[in-house]
Write a protein that binds this ligand. Structure first.
Ligand SMILES: NC(=O)c1ccc[n+]([C@@H]2O[C@H](COP(=O)([O-])OP(=O)(O)OC[C@H]3O[C@@H](n4cnc5c(N)ncnc54)[C@H](O)[C@@H]3O)[C@@H](O)[C@H]2O)c1
Length: 255
């Protein structure tokens, strides 16, 4: 077991890649705090983890709300005594997020609140716990869109994912001397509700994305989570400040 006896908080673990991560982390021996703003979804993830023989605890938290994040950390410490891994996975990509020209200000603010402030808040309240034990791994989920322009824009989402990469580097430099590593994963398009709900409504966007991916397909949640298991485990003890792209090669394709 690669994560034996670790305690991991996974945000947005009520669905999509977060739920897959919770199941995989638990199978690797981690106790998992399943944090999501959809409490029934978090409870369902915990039910699935326990049915598979793992240990998990659900927490209803809106990651953009400071008091919720403080409560999440308190519950994790009370329940499991420490936090070894913070997996900042929760993120939103609203349909109304398009070009700067037509994205409503409220949509921009909503994306920044969940994707950027949420990551900031979780780090703000988890890192002190990790510094107390002198070890920890923070995994921030960015996206390949932080590297590339796109003719089908999602400007708030793109900017939010760029901010996460920049924050990752800053945290990596500040806290590695005290045992806390921080890395970012930049997934390409993965088959989850977040992407599929949006893409099936836009056949052109779907065709563009598939046509330009040398792998000829979207990624699978498991393939991204496999990288997260590496980052959570002690195998990655010297991996710090990295922006790890996992996208089937779409971001290196010129034509
Ligand atoms: N699916 C992709 O193709 C893709 C590609 C690159 C990056 N990502 C990123 O990966 C992460 C997971 O994406 P996914 O496709 O699994 O998404 P998803 O929509 O399937 O799942 C996201 C989860 O986050 C939860 N959530 C949303 N807002 C929240 C909030 N304010 N507080 C707490 N929880 C909240 C949702 O309830 C849901 O369970 C996101 O950060 C996303 O931006 C996804």
């Amino acid at each position: 077991m690669r994560l034996k006896d670790k305690v991991s908080i996974i945000t947005g673990a009520g669905g999509g890649m977060g739920r897959v991560a919770a199941l995989r982390f638990a199978a690797e021996g981690s106790r998992v705090v399943v944090a999501d703003n959809q409490s029934a979804a978090a409870e369902e993830t915990v039910r699935q983890v326990k049915a598979a023989g793992g240990e998990a605890w659900p927490i209803a938290v809106d990651i953009s709300v400071e008091a919720d994040v403080q409560a999440m950390v308190q519950v994790a410490i009370k329940k499991y005594g420490r936090i070894d891994v913070l997996y900042n996975n929760a993120g939103i990509m609203p349909e109304a997020d398009h070009s700067v020209l037509d994205t409503p200000v409220e949509v921009w603010d909503q994306v920044m609140a969940v994707n950027v402030r949420g990551t900031f808040l979780a780090c703000k309240y988890v890192i002190p716990q990790m510094l107390e034990t002198g070890s920890g791994s923070i995994i921030n989920i960015s996206s390949f869109v932080s590297l590339l322009g796109c003719s089908v824009p999602q400007d708030a989402y793109t900017a939010s994912k760029g901010a996460i990469v920049a924050l990752t580097r800053s945290l990596a430099v500040q806290f590695a001397p005290r045992g806390v590593r921080t890395n970012a994963i930049l997934p390409g398009p993965v088959e989850t509700p977040l992407l599929m709900d949006w893409l099936v409504k836009d056949a052109k966007a779907k065709q563009i994305r598939l046509a330009r991916n040398p792998s000829g397909r979207f990624g699978k949640p498991d393939e991204v989570v496999a990288l997260a298991v590496y980052l959570a485990s002690d195998e990655s003890a010297w991996t710090n400040g990295a922006s790890l792209v996992i996208d089937g090669g779409i971001s290196v394709n010129y034509f």
